[in-house]
Write a protein that binds this ligand. Structure first.
Ligand code: PEP
Length: 259
């Protein structure tokens, strides 16, 4: 069997001060020291803006990448409180989470702003981790595929096929986030298949096959193995369970055993 690349992203949300962030990285480094996950598992941390610089320094000699949790689409300007792609690049970010459902719900993020952010990230060489997912109502009304298609189409409008390789999609059913009710492995598999089919229709077979699709929503050490068993699931976007270095290291180790 050919080994499969896995991308595991820890989204810290609004957690951890700078000293806490440094402690986390030091502890994770210790936990990874005797048996680091194999090189097919790519590890990325997404701390809050305030801890990005400290984490960037702390991970310098470690096989860990850096992501922001959001950004503005403009390079600079009168946008009080916002952070631009150039600033994230400055800090050493390679990834940026875009369109997380918490930002859509609480901060007025729309499909249109998500689209501008995806385009801006790619323009600056940042890999967007584009979050899409249906609500529970939409799922029970059999609208899951329709919602995923609409969110994808809107977010990827105007994005050229030659940028496809830098796009990461995170399937995050809204009802599964922070809920202790993850999607079943079958539900994740089906949604990922649909997303891949849509991307194949948009950018062609090769882009569809190469597309990295993460599952997010109550991923924990006791369910990550089952979720990653599907060939459609290329990794995980983890919230709550990534805050503890021991649990995060456990999930990395399980991810490693499923490559
Ligand atoms: C997330 O924040 O993207 C997420 C999936 O959160 P949780 O793992 O806590 O459900």
């Amino acid at each position: 069997m050919t080994p499969r690349h896995r991308l595991i992203v820890g989204n810290w949300k609004m957690h951890k001060t700078i000293p806490e962030a440094r402690d986390f990285v030091a502890r994770l480094a210790e936990l990874l020291t005797p048996a680091p996950p194999d090189s097919m598992v790519e590890i990325v941390l997404a701390p809050p803006f305030t801890a990005l610089a400290a984490v960037s320094t702390a991970i310098k000699s470690l096989p860990i990448g850096l992501s922001a949790q959001d950004m503005h689409w403009e390079d600079l300007g009168a946008f009080t409180g916002a952070v631009s792609p150039l600033m994230l690049k400055d800090l050493g970010c390679r990834y940026v989470i875009i369109g997380h459902s918490e930002r859509r719900r609480d901060f007025g993020e729309t499909d249109a702003t998500v689209n501008k952010k995806v385009a801006a990230a790619l323009r600056h060489g940042l890999r967007p981790i584009l979050c899409i997912g249906e609500t529970w109502d939409q799922r029970t009304n059999s609208q899951t595929e329709q919602v995923l298609s609409a969110q994808l189409t809107a977010a990827l409008t105007g994005i050229e096929k030659d940028q496809a390789g830098d796009v990461v999609i995170a399937y995050e059913p809204v009802w599964a986030i922070g809920s202790d009710h993850p999607a079943t492995a079958q539900q994740a598999h089906d949604a990922h298949r649909h997303i891949r089919a849509r991307v194949t229709a948009l950018w062609g077979q090769d882009a569809g096959e190469r597309l990295v699709i993460l599952y997010g929503g109550s991923v924990k050490p006791d369910n990550i193995g089952e979720l990653l068993a599907s060939r459609e699931v290329n990794g995980a976007l983890i919230g709550g369970a990534c805050l503890d270095p021991l649990q995060f290291a456990k999930m990395l180790s399980i991810a490693s055993s499923t490559t």
